[in-house]
Structures are given as C-alpha cells and as structure tokens.
Design a protein around this ligand. Structure first.
Ligand code: PGA
Length: 253
C-alpha cells in the first residue's frame, strides 16, 4: 500500500515570519490527518528555520536543488551533505523551471539522483512535457526518455530510493491542471513501464502529480489509483489551501 505524499514546492517565495506562520499552521492543522505524509521544500536559507520548527514532528522538509559535487570551488552551490546537516529528508531534482533554463539536463538529473540517495536524501525527480510536445502526442516518449536517463545511471533498484513526479510543463503555474484522466493515464503508463523492469519497484514507487494542483481539484486527482500525492507550487503559498490539499490526500489514503 503506497501512502499518499503531499509536497509543498515553495519555490523562491517566503520570509522568516511568513514561513513561521505557514509551518506552525501546517503542523497544527494537519494533526488529525495522519494517514498521509507531508513535506515542505523551501529555499536554502530557510532550511535552518524549518529544522528548528519541524524537528520531532511528522512533517518532513527538503531543498529544491543541490550540487552534484561534494565540496569545492562551486560558488553559490549547496551540497547534499549540507542539506542532510539541516535535517532535510527530500530534495527536488530536475524541476522544469531549472531544465528550461539549461541548469539541468536528463544526464545531470541522473547524477543528482545518485548523489542525493548516497547522502541519504530522497530525491523528488520531476518529469514532464512542454505544451508543444503534449499537442504532438509526445508525452509518453518525453517522460520515458527522462526516466530512462536516470535509470541508466542509477539502476532500476535504486530508483526506489526516490519519488517520481509527473509535472506537465503546460500545467505549471498556469491555473490549468491536467485532467485527472490524463494524469492517471500517464502515471499508469509510467508505472507499467517500471513494473516490466522490476515488479516490486514499479508497484511500490510513489508517483506524484504536479501542475496547478489546488484545493479545488485535489480530491479528484488523488482519487486516481496511480496518483500517490502531489507536488504543489502556488497553492502551497496559502496555508488554508495547502491544508485542504493535505486533507484531500488524507481522505483518499
Ligand atoms: P504550480 O507549481 O502548483 O504552481 O503549478 C507546481 C510545481 O512547479 O512544482
């Protein structure tokens, strides 16, 4: 049985007082929703704050990227070990906002996956197609290409150390989520592909949906059999709304 996981991707948002209100509010308001799991991915300067507030609670936290290198002359970068020192359980890798700016490629995401798992972090590995690719019916090809690049580097067994997230680029930040049927079709296809490679990994790995997931569409999306939770951007900036999404995940767990 796969437990639902809801992850807030707060992107480059937040202030110290705003994060405090969000994290404390989330802790308080999700006390009764214990059938699902929750995590918050914050900008690096706020990880210490997350660690202070969330240590010893059921809510996990993580970074939004990390370097492929351990230490060294990489100005502006943060290593996996540093994330672990600040108590992170997760790290988002391969987000389209980085891929599209050339800061990540299929290969670099594979390397990051490996470095993250070696350090004890659970990577949340993002995949997804552009609008043009979607319109040309290339979603399957693109997501499989992105997935294979990682499997080639780490092996199918190690994929189980992470979480997958299907995030169609045309749905991110647009207010227009993929329909639950579309998301289910793709996740079912991806899971089926993994099952062919390794039954246990395919059946047990969590695959999230991301892209304009909000309180309004969460229950329908989470009701789909292959959708194991969500990666939530804009709607995680509002505590009330994010709590409603957590509640929807809990109800469908
Ligand atoms: P969104 O972002 O919920 O604002 O569409 C999701 C994401 O980028 O992970």
């Amino acid at each position: 049985m796969r437990r639902k996981l809801v992850v807030a991707n707060r992107k480059m948002h937040g202030t110290i007082p705003g994060n405090k209100a969000f994290l404390e509010g989330l802790l308080e308001r999700t006390k009764e929703y214990r059938d699902s799991e929750y995590a918050v991915c914050l900008p690096h300067p706020y990880l210490y704050q997350a660690q202070s507030i969330l240590t010893g609670t059921p809510i996990a936290w993580g970074g939004q990227n990390m370097s492929r290198n351990d230490d060294g002359p990489y100005t502006g970068s943060v290593s996996a070990r540093m994330l672990v020192e600040f108590g992170c359980g997760y790290v988002i890798i391969g987000h389209s906002e980085r891929r599209l700016r050339g800061q990540d490629s299929d290969n670099s995401v594979g390397e990051r996956f490996q470095v993250a798992t070696r350090a004890g972090l659970k990577p949340i590995f993002c995949m997804g197609e552009t609008l043009e690719e979607f319109e040309q019916g290339l979603t399957d090809l693109v997501t499989i290409r992105q997935l294979n690049a990682v499997i080639q580097q780490i092996g199918i067994k190690n994929l189980a150390k992470g979480v997958l997230a299907y995030e169609p680029i045309w749905a991110i930040g647009t207010g227009e989520a993929a329909s639950p049927e579309h998301a289910q079709t793709i996740l079912h296809f991806l899971r089926g592909y993994l099952i062919l490679k390794d039954t246990e990994v395919g059946n047990n790995i969590r695959i999230l949906y991301g892209g304009s997931l909000k309180a309004q569409n969460a229950a329908q999306l989470f009701g789909m059999p292959d959708i194991d939770g969500g990666l939530v951007g804009s709607a995680s900036l509002n505590t009330e709304e994010f709590v409603e999404i957590c509640q929807a995940a809990n109800l469908s767990s």
